[in-house]
Design a protein around this ligand. Structure first.
Ligand code: ZN
Length: 201
């Protein structure tokens, strides 16, 4: 997990939005922590970072019940970039579920953007441009921290649409890799070609 992401992490327990987590790194690779933990000063929970993945909870439940066909039918990275409407470097883009498979290709067309995969498939590995987090029902990130969010078809339902919408900065976009996936708090921009695009009101 990218060190700078720590300030945008949020404990999955219900606390005030302003509460922060404390990073305890054990093994570092460049600016990424591959082993260690993050702790919550409010509820005293500790969440392990192992193999570069910060586990706020088991993601097994998150995978259950959703179709996984998106694995073979992901859109091109430049298409996703255009739908997100992001130009210029900096900030974070969050990729939920199977959308994390886009991280490598997106990093090539979106220089200087850091990606955060939530409940990524097991075959997706963390990298210098991709941090991985897991939890069965909450995205452990603060609200309005992302320049864009992409939700994979395997997570195109609640609670993920609501959680994804919460992360997007006002005026920026959420892309769902499924057409019939209206997200709350988002105004529909486009629908078609297996995708739904909304802008945060
Ligand atoms: Zn807590």
């Amino acid at each position: 997990m990218y060190i700078e992401l720590t300030e945008y992490l949020r404990c999955p327990e219900e606390h005030e939005e302003q509460t922060y987590l404390v990073l305890v790194p054990q093994v570092m690779e460049g600016r990424a922590v591959t082993a260690g933990s993050v702790g919550c000063p409010v509820c005293k929970n500790e969440y392990a970072i192992a193999d570069g993945v910060t586990r706020f909870g088991d993601q097994a439940g998150a995978d259950a019940g959703f179709p996984a066909e998106a694995a073979t039918s992901l859109p091109a990275a430049d298409t996703v970039q255009a739908l997100l409407g992001i130009t210029g470097p900096g900030g974070y883009v969050v990729l939920v579920g199977s959308a994390a498979r886009l991280a490598g290709d997106l990093a090539e067309v979106m220089d200087g953007v850091h990606f955060v995969g939530v409940n990524a498939p097991a075959d997706v590995a963390p990298s210098a441009t991709l941090s991985l987090l897991s939890h069965p029902s909450v995205i452990p990130l603060k609200s309005s921290m992302a320049r864009g969010v992409v939700v994979g078809a395997d997570h195109a339902a609640e609670p993920w649409l609501g959680e994804g919408s919460r992360l997007v900065l006002r005026g920026l976009r959420l892309v769902v890799l499924a057409e019939d996936a209206a997200a709350p708090e988002m105004e529909q921009l486009a629908r078609g070609d297996g995708m739904w695009v909304g802008v945060r009101r």
